[in-house]
Ligand binder design. Structure first.
Ligand code: SF4
Ligand code: SF4
Ligand code: SF4
Length: 302
């Protein structure tokens, strides 16, 4: 890795940033702030001064658009970009972006840069970012519960109830958000080689941003349309369906235990993921309590 490898990516965005001030008209980069999904209404971007809107759009353009929430913003990259500008959040919280993105944001903000939040993934020496991963479903183990589908921010998972699901690897960002909801742990992460040019990365990020917004708009429509089929079926519905198909009997108690265990596993996985990025004694205690509860629940049905 050379310094120019990193700065070559950020230069495009930082150059755009230097156009922004109160006296200049908004460049096209702010246009997409005008047509955002309803989820972002609470950010109240319209009420911000033009130069702040410009800066938010330019920081968002630097961010990987993985929408993973590892920056403590579960709604994704744009809320983090907004918090940097309006709430002085640190510039170093985007884990997938690595040091290059932290440096680019610091430059946009006119601040000294900071060491990026460490990642559990090794750093790619070419990009200076954590090595990228993609999710793969072990299809033989998938029970077709559909729980992973709504978790994916870029609609990379396809499948219908009671049938095995699959992931379009080309669309997957490796955000890991589909892992916690899977009740049977059948989603694996694999490291990939991915070293796009600066221009390719900007294009990829624009594509991912658009897919995320499309996903949010679709979910909004589904929620508004009360006649729409329920997008997620419960674990027990899936298991009962499979049991019926395979003539396997399942009792009510077992179903209740299965649901309770699935909920506990989901909470445990979320905490483990958060703790892999940042230590937190309170969350460690919570994790230990949940692990104990799961062990006791599992023992009670054996
Ligand atoms: S990619 Fe970075 S900015 Fe976007 S949600 Fe993940 S950690 Fe936050
Ligand atoms: S398939 Fe899983 S890891 Fe890949 S983008 Fe969707 S939620 Fe993220
Ligand atoms: S959550 Fe897991 S078991 Fe359910 S459909 Fe997705 S991959 Fe299959």
């Amino acid at each position: 890795m050379t310094p120019s490898d990193h700065s070559s990516y950020s230069a495009t965005e930082v150059t755009q940033a230097n156009n922004g001030d109160d006296s200049t008209p908004a460049t096209p980069i702010t246009n997409r702030l005008a047509t955002l999904p309803i989820l972002f209404d609470s950010l109240q971007l319209d009420a911000l001064p033009q130069h702040e809107q410009q800066l938010i759009a330019q920081i968002d353009a630097c961010l990987p658009q993985t929408q993973c929430g590892l920056c403590d913003h579960p709604d994704g990259c744009l809320p983090y970009a907004t918090a940097i500008v309006t709430q002085q959040e640190p510039v170093n919280k985007c884990v997938p972006g690595g040091q290059p993105v932290t440096d680019a944001i610091a430059q946009l903000m006119g601040q000294e840069t900071l060491p990026v939040t460490p990642s559990k993934w090794p750093t790619d020496l070419t990009s200076g970012r954590p090595r990228e991963v993609r999710a793969i479903i072990r299809e033989a183990d998938c029970i077709g519960c559909t729980k992973c589908i709504p978790a994916c921010p870029v609609d990379a998972i396809v499948g219908t109830g009671k049938h095995m699901h699959t992931i379009f690897t080309d669309l997957c960002t490796g955000c890991e958000l589909c892992l916690p909801p899977c009740p049977v742990d059948c989603i694996d992460l694999v490291e990939i080689e991915h070293t796009p040019t600066a221009e390719e990365r900007v294009q990829e990020q624009a594509h991912l941003r658009q897919r995320y917004h499309t996903h949010l708009d679709r979910v909004t429509e589904q929620l508004a349309d009360r006649t729409h089929a329920k997008p997620v079926i419960s674990m027990v519905e899936a298991k009962l369906g499979n049991a019926t198909n395979q003539s396997i009997d399942i009792g009510e108690d077992e179903a209740k235990h299965t649901i309770a265990a699935a909920k506990l596993r989901t909470k445990i996985k979320k905490l483990e993921k958060q703790l892999a990025v940042r230590d937190n004694p309170k969350k460690q205690t919570e994790l230990a309590a949940l692990q104990l509860e799961l062990a006791e629940l599992t023992a009670s049905v054996e």
